[in-house]
Ligand binder design. Sequence first.
Ligand code: NAP
Length: 231
Amino acid sequence: MPGTILITGCNRGLGLELSRQFVADGWRVLATCRDPDSAGALKALREQYPLLEVFPLDVTDSRQMAELGRELRGRPIDILVSNAGYYGPKGVTFGHVDLDEWRKVLEINTLAPYRLAETFCDNVAASGRRVIAVISSKVGSIADNGSGGGYLYRSSKTAVNQVVKSLSVDLRERGISVLALHPGWVQTDMGGPNALISAKESVAGLKKILLDTGLENSGRFINYDGSDIPW
Ligand code: NAP
């Protein structure tokens, strides 16, 4: 049975593809992005599917998030997807780290998913499915780090994994499942053209996980193909 899904960062990449696949299946999609006016592909999708609603949201803007929380108060959200993300400057090596950029990466990838869960957990608790998912990354896995570097992005995803784990414990009594998901290495602006899979393929896998999951999976770090990723 289709329900309602809220997704951040929907103007391009995985957020756009998540919006496309869920709305095509009859879901009501609450799609957020920083600048709806310039989000051409999302606007075109909205014209095709009246079930898609677009809201402005910079995930680092606490006031704007609180406003959206008030606007959506009382509306059940079956699946909340924290997708918006930022890699930061690429190719940064030891000795050349920009701390202001690091703070920005942490604001977007770590603090914002926490704040999103805090803002919308009542909406999720009031729904039938009760799922919160954070699009994390395998490069946040400490066990998987054999190549070093990537200080900004790696640390932000490792930290958000810990946020997911705590949320899974704290929100269990409200029946909410919380997952960290790795989308694969995906051909988006972030993943680049050499990435291994298309956004379509990644989202098909993520969608299956989001639709099949329940409390038994809460607190897991899951690859788009359904396999577990070591923390
Ligand atoms: P992308 O193509 O670079 O898109 C990033 C999205 O995040 C854009 O919609 C962007 O909006 C949005 N965003 C960035 N900062 C924001 C902010 N402050 N407020 C609201 N939205 C913001 O990246 P993607 O590949 O689709 O990545 C989606 C998620 O998957 C991210 O969390 C990423 O870390 C994760 N991931 C991706 C890969 C991969 O291979 N692609 C692998 C592992 C994990 P603007 O257009 O306004 O900047």
